[in-house]
Design a protein around this ligand. Structure first.
Ligand SMILES: NC(=O)c1ccc[n+]([C@@H]2O[C@H](COP(=O)([O-])OP(=O)(O)OC[C@H]3O[C@@H](n4cnc5c(N)ncnc54)[C@H](O)[C@@H]3O)[C@@H](O)[C@H]2O)c1
Length: 272
């Protein structure tokens, strides 16, 4: 194989593409020759992201869509198919946490807002399963090899205090990744691979209040994170796309059902 990492001409669909990590991934994949369809529910953020990428000469298109609505996803898929003729890759980037599904410092699990827990479960779990089903149908029409990449988290496997709903949801993402990988491989051979990345600690909007004080200094919790990360620092958003590039490339043709940590060693450290 000349360049096993070549992704030129692959049609890549990215959900939550106006966000931080999925957005950075979109840029990287487009810079490396992929044709990228950016999906997001937030039109304003999406338009701004698409404009920014187009100004840099990247081959991207934006689609306002909702990962929780099957009919809207089907419409988006059909628009993508009529514009680009195929779908090679789906990256399930839409996801995240919300305050009500997290236990505040002065509260306990008995104060959990179940309605918010439901919403976090839905956004992360259903919001990964539905696009996977909708876009996998298009992948089965594609004569080439296809793949799906999900976003897990350290919260899936290491119990992180206070973060209940998000941890439950990302644990389920690990399970879903393995289950879909098994099912597609069993029924369709190497046609659709399913893997996930598990980013460690990156400071973004969803956790900024937990990790930084109003004056920008790190909180006590942030220091605990750093002390439990052998590399001794937070991750940078541009350190995520390379692993996803590998997972969707021919170099990973026999890799499925894997969850790859991008965490500076957080997941393998005993803390001692
Ligand atoms: N940032 C981190 O530190 C971190 C760490 C581990 C895992 N993750 C996971 O990585 C993924 C990407 O994270 P991020 O930091 O880029 O998130 P982000 O919050 O920056 O972006 C999420 C995007 O999803 C969009 N979105 C929300 N609901 C949607 C819906 N129903 N349909 C379509 N789009 C919708 C939002 O508008 C937003 O643009 C998420 O699953 C997140 O949980 C993030």
């Amino acid at each position: 194989m000349k360049n096993p990492f070549d992704i030129t001409g692959q049609v890549v669909v990215v959900t939550g593409a106006a966000g931080v990590l999925a957005g950075q991934t979109t840029r990287h994949l487009a810079e490396n020759g992929a044709i990228v369809a950016l999906l997001d529910i937030n039109k304003e953020k999406l338009d701004a992201r698409v404009d920014e990428f187009r100004k840099d000469g990247l081959n991207v298109s934006g689609f306002v869509s909702n990962v929780l609505d099957e009919a809207i996803l089907e419409k988006t898929r059909d628009e993508i198919l009529s514009r680009f003729g195929k779908v090679d890759v789906l990256i399930n980037g839409a996801g995240g946490n919300m305050p009500g599904a997290t236990i505040p410092p002065d509260k306990t699990v008995f104060d959990l807002k179940i309605a918010d827990w439901d919403k976090v479960l839905a956004l992360n779990l259903k919001g990964t399963l539905l696009p996977s089903i909708v876009f996998a149908k298009a992948m089965l029409q594609n004569p080439g090899k296809c793949s799906i990449v999900n976003f897990s988290s350290m919260a899936a496997t290491r119990m992180i205090t206070r973060v209940l709903g998000y941890s439950n949801a990302k644990g389920a993402i690990d399970n879903l990744t393995r289950w879909l990988a098994m099912e597609f491989a069993r029924v369709h051979g190497d046609k659709i691979r399913v893997n996930a990345v598990a980013p460690g600690w990156f400071i973004g909007d969803q956790n900024r209040a937990l990790l930084t004080n109003p004056d920008g200094s790190l909180t006590e919790r942030a220091h605990k994170v750093i002390n439990n990360t052998p590399m001794g620092r937070f991750g940078e958003a541009n350190e995520v796309p390379g692993t996803i590039h590998y997972l969707i490339s021919p170099a990973a043709n026999f890799v499925t059902g894997q969850i790859v940590a991008i965490d500076g060693g957080f997941s393998i450290f005993s803390g001692v």
